[in-house]
Design a protein around this ligand. Structure first.
Ligand code: LAG
Ligand code: CA
Length: 500
C-alpha cells in the first residue's frame, strides 16, 4: 500500500507541470509574437475564444533594455532590465485586463520567462519602464541584482562548448548576456516572486527561455516554489502551472532534452525540423506512419510541438530549412499534420512580415507598435501575417478539438507521398505531396453523410464553399486532392456535415 502511494505521488510529481489546463475541449495555443496586450484581449474575444483556441504564448512582459542603436529590434525583449510589467506591449494594468478578458472566453495566457540572464553591455542603459542599470558593475537596482547574483568567473559560451562542456553552457554568458546564478537564494527569490506575481494575475504557465543554459536542479527548486494557478480565473484547485522549457536538442550536444523532461515539458525542435523536411519532399510522407518517439522525439506528454518559432523562422537559434508562412502551401500542410496527429501539445506561430531578420514589429515614427488591422475576409493587415487566421489553419484547430483524445486509426498510404488517417470515428484527413493526383476511395471512419472539407472551404449556412465529401454507410468515401490544387490536403470531421 505504502509503495503504491509513493508510486502515485511520484507520478503526480512528474506530470505536475505538463498539463496546459486548457478550458473545455481546447487543445492548441498560438504565439502572438510582439502583440500588444490590448490587441490580444480583443483577439481573444473576437476570434480566439469563438474559434476554440486554447491559449496564447505572449512576448516577455517584463521590462527590457531599449535598444535604439538597432531601431528597436525584436530581440531587445530578450534583454531584461527588471521584472516590472512595462514593455512596448503594455503596462501592468493592460496586462491584468488582457489575462482577465482572455480567461473569461476560455483562452489561457502563457508567459515567455527570461530568467537565465539580464542584458548585454550597451552604451544605452534605460529600460521600457524607465529603470537604469550600470552594466560594468552588473548592477540592476530595479530588481535589485548586483555583482553577487551572477556567475563567476566571467566567460562567454563558445560554439565548441555545446559539443562537450555542459558546465560552460550553464555558467558562461549566452551571446554576452549577463548570466544569473540560479544557485543563489536571492536570485531564486526574485525569479519566484516574478513568476508568482504572474500566476496571481491569472496566467496558466510559462515558456522557460534558454532552459538549456540553467541547471535542472536549480530549475526544479524554482518550479516547486511556484503557487498553484489562481482559482478566481477558472482553474481547478491545486492546479500547477504548465511549464515548457526551451531546450534546443537536435542531437550530439553535451546538454540533452532528457535532462529536463523529469521536471516539466520541453520544446521538441526535432518535430518541426523533420516535418519541414518531409513536406518539402526531403522525405516520404509514408514514413510518418510511426511518427513519435520512434523518430527520436520525446514522449508525447513531455513535448511542446511546433513547426517554426520566432527564432528559427528568421535563422536565429538552431536548425535550418524550417517551413514558415513564406512557403504557404507546404507550411499549411505541415501545420495540418501537426494538428491532425495525436502526438504532442501543439503551438502555432503568428508572425509579422519582415525582410530584415532583426526588424522589430510594425511600428510608427515614435517606435510604438502598430496594432494589426482586420480585413473584411478575416485576414490581418498593417504588416501582420496572422497565420492563426488563415482558414486552413484555424479550422484545423477545430479538427483537433473534435478529435479529442482519440488515437490514430485507419492509416493509408500509396507507398510514397499520399497518406490518410482517421482519429477515432470523429475526423479524417488526407495529404497529397506527390506530383500526381490523389483520387481514391478510402475509409474515413465517419458516420454516413455529406461533409464539407475544411481546407478548400467552410460551411456556410446549410451549404459548403469547398469540396463536399460523401461518406457511405460503410464509412468509405471518394477522396480527391489534385497535385496542382491550392492546398495539398483534405480534412473532414463530425460537425461539418452539410445538408445540400
Ligand atoms: C532564446 N532562447 O534560448 C530566445 O528564444 C532567443 O530569441 C534569444 O536571443 C536568446 N535565447 C536570449 O534570450 C535573441 C537573439 C540574439 C540577441 C538576444 C538578446 O536571437 O541575437 O542577442 O536575443 O537580445 C543580441 C545580439 C548579440 C549580442 C547580444 C547581447 O544579436 O550580438 O551579443 O544581444 O547584447
Ligand atoms: Ca546560465
Amino acid at each position: 500500500m505504502l509503495r503504491f502511494v509513493v508510486l502515485l505521488a511520484g507520478l503526480a510529481l512528474t506530470l505536475a507541470f505538463k498539463n496546459p489546463h486548457y478550458s473545455g475541449d481546447r487543445t492548441t495555443m498560438v504565439h502572438l509574437f510582439e502583440w500588444k496586450w490590448d490587441d490580444i484581449a480583443d483577439e481573444c474575444e473576437r476570434f480566439l475564444g469563438p474559434n476554440g483556441f486554447g491559449g496564447i504564448q505572449i512576448s516577455p512582459p517584463n521590462e527590457n533594455l531599449i535598444i535604439r542603436a538597432h531601431n528597436r529590434p525584436w530581440w531587445e525583449r530578450y534583454q531584461p532590465m527588471s521584472y516590472r510589467l512595462i514593455t512596448r506591449s503594455g503596462n501592468e494594468q493592460q496586462f491584468t485586463n488582457m489575462v482577465r478578458r482572455c480567461n473569461n472566453v476560455g483562452v489561457r495566457i502563457y508567459v515567455d520567462a527570461i530568467i537565465n540572464h539580464m542584458t548585454g553591455t550597451w552604451s544605452e542603459n534605460v529600460g521600457t519602464a524607465g529603470s537604469t542599470a550600470t552594466f560594468g558593475q552588473w548592477s540592476y537596482p530595479a530588481v535589485p541584482y548586483g555583482w553577487n547574483d551572477f556567475n563567476w568567473p566571467n566567460c562567454v559560451i563558445q560554439g565548441s562548448d555545446y559539443a562537450n562542456n555542459a558546465e560552460r553552457v550553464r555558467n558562461c554568458e549566452l551571446s554576452g548576456l549577463k548570466d544569473l546564478n540560479q544557485g543563489t537564494e536571492h536570485v531564486r527569490t526574485m525569479i519566484v516572486n516574478y513568476m508568482n506575481h504572474l500566476i496571481d494575475l491569472g496566467v496558466a504557465g510559462f515558456r522557460i527561455d534558454a532552459a538549456k543554459h540553467m541547471w535542472p536542479g536549480d530549475l526544479r527548486i524554482i518550479y516547486e516554489r511556484l503557487r498553484n494557478l489562481n482559482t478566481n480565473h477558472g482553474f481547478p484547485a491545486g492546479a500547477r502551472p504548465y511549464i515548457y522549457q526551451e531546450v534546443i536538442d537536435l542531437g550530439g550536444e553535451a546538454v540533452t532534452k532528457h535532462e529536463y523532461t523529469p521536471l516539466a515539458a520541453v520544446t521538441e525542435f526535432k518535430f518541426g525540423m523533420e516535418l519541414s523536411r518531409a513536406f518539402q519532399r526531403g522525405n516520404q510522407l509514408r514514413w510518418l506512419v510511426n511518427w513519435g518517439p520512434q523518430w527520436g522525439l520525446m514522449d508525447s506528454e513531455d513535448s511542446l510541438t511546433f513547426i517554426d518559432n520566432h527564432d528559427n523562422q528568421r535563422g536565429h537559434g538552431a536548425g535550418g530549412n524550417i517551413l514558415t508562412h513564406r512557403q504557404p502551401k507546404e507550411y499549411k500542410a505541415a501545420i495540418a499534420f501537426m494538428l491532425a496527429h495525436p502526438y504532442g501539445e501543439p503551438q502555432l506561430m503568428s508572425s509579422y512580415s519582415f525582410t530584415d531578420t532583426e526588424a522589430g514589429p510594425p511600428m510608427n515614427s515614435n517606435q510604438d507598435i502598430i496594432s494589426p488591422s482586420i480585413n473584411s475576409d478575416g485576414t490581418c493587415g498593417n504588416g501582420w501575417v496572422c497565420e492563426h487566421r488563415w482558414r486552413q489553419i484555424f479550422q484545423m484547430v477545430q479538427f483537433r478539438n473534435v478529435a479529442g483524445n482519440t488515437g490514430l486509426n485507419d492509416w493509408w498510404d500509396n507507398g510514397s507521398n499520399q497518406i490518410a488517417f482517421c482519429r477515432g470515428g470523429q475526423a479524417f484527413i488526407a495529404f497529397n505531396n506527390d506530383l500526381w493526383d490523389l483520387s481514391q476511395t478510402l475509409q474515413t471512419c465517419l458516420p454516413a453523410g455529406q461533409y464539407c472539407d475544411i481546407i478548400s472551404g467552410s460551411r456556410s449556412g446549410n451549404g459548403c464553399t469547398g469540396k463536399v465529401v460523401t461518406v457511405g454507410n460503410d464509412g468509405r468515401a471518394h477522396i480527391s486532392v489534385g497535385a496542382n490544387e491550392y492546398d495539398m490536403m483534405l480534412a473532414i470531421h463530425v460537425g461539418t456535415q452539410s445538408r445540400i
